[in-house]
Design a protein around this ligand. Structure first.
Ligand code: ZN
Length: 252
């Protein structure tokens, strides 16, 4: 009897702690941080997160020209996720784009995180997984505070076709050793490279004109939300700094 009781207690403790833990990208994806992840591995990781956390919801918003899914993930407090539609309408009402203001859903901050518009700047999508993990990680109390009044809309990869073209090339020419020298083959990407989408358009030049399928489908959802903050995550050349407006004054 006593043995059974302890067995039940042990089982319950193990189940509760399994629920309270979430695998990080390095625990889920072999070679995370050492080699570029395949796009399907990125999608698998986000699927795992949506199945194991109440703080994340998926919305597929389109398809690329090569038929890869374009996905958004809404990350927030569980209560906020239940009221997403009213929070969205409240946000639109606050800028005069909707009349549907409700007192039941308080105003929240909408933060949209866009990663990897340039497919070969793959640190974007890789870091999107760690960002999502830290927002959801039950042991990270700081991010849980942020999520009480913030809706994070996370797009892990704006340009999956370019990201996959770059990843396939990089894996094909990589060996067992990394070669850090700038003149090694893995740093000399060949034309057309992974920066562009299927039709070799630079999607970061397509925000205004929206000639490409990825932009057209994305802007439709973006306009439904009108976030207060939008980040567009890039890699820069090894000797170029990040650009943050306002630009510095030109020297005379
Ligand atoms: Zn870029």
């Amino acid at each position: 009897m006593t043995k059974n009781f302890y067995a039940v207690v042990l089982f319950l403790t193990a189940s509760v702690s399994a629920l309270a833990q979430l695998k990080s990208p390095s625990e889920f994806i072999p070679n995370y941080g050492k080699q570029i992840s395949y796009y399907h591995q990125v999608e698998d990781y986000f699927k795992y997160l949506t199945e194991n956390s109440a703080l994340i919801k998926k919305q597929q918003y389109g398809l690329t020209n090569e038929q890869r899914d374009l996905n958004l993930y809404f990350i927030s407090d569980a209560e906020n996720l239940k009221n997403l539609e009213q929070i969205r309408l409240n946000n639109l009402a606050s800028i005069g784009l909707s009349d549907s203001k409700s007192a039941t859903a308080q105003d929240k901050i909408i933060v949209w995180l866009s990663f990897n518009v340039h497919g070969n700047e793959f640190a974007g999508t890789e870091s999107a997984m760690t960002v999502a993990y830290e927002l959801l990680n039950p042991t990270n109390e700081e991010t849980k505070k942020w999520l009480k009044n913030t809706i994070v809309i996370l797009d892990p990869c704006i340009n999956p076709d370019g990201y996959s073209r770059y990843g396939n090339w990089l894996r094909e020419i990589s060996g067992k050793k990394n070669h850090p020298s700038l003149y090694d083959r893995e740093h000399m990407e060949e034309w057309p490279g992974g920066r562009y989408n299927h039709y070799l358009f630079d999607l970061n030049r397509d925000w205004a004109w929206q000639t490409q399928a990825e932009s057209q489908q994305r802007i439709k959802v973006y306009n439904q939300w009108m976030p207060q903050v939008h980040t567009d995550v890039h890699e820069m050349s090894y000797n170029s700094p990040y650009f943050f407006p306002p630009a510095s004054r030109a020297f005379a």
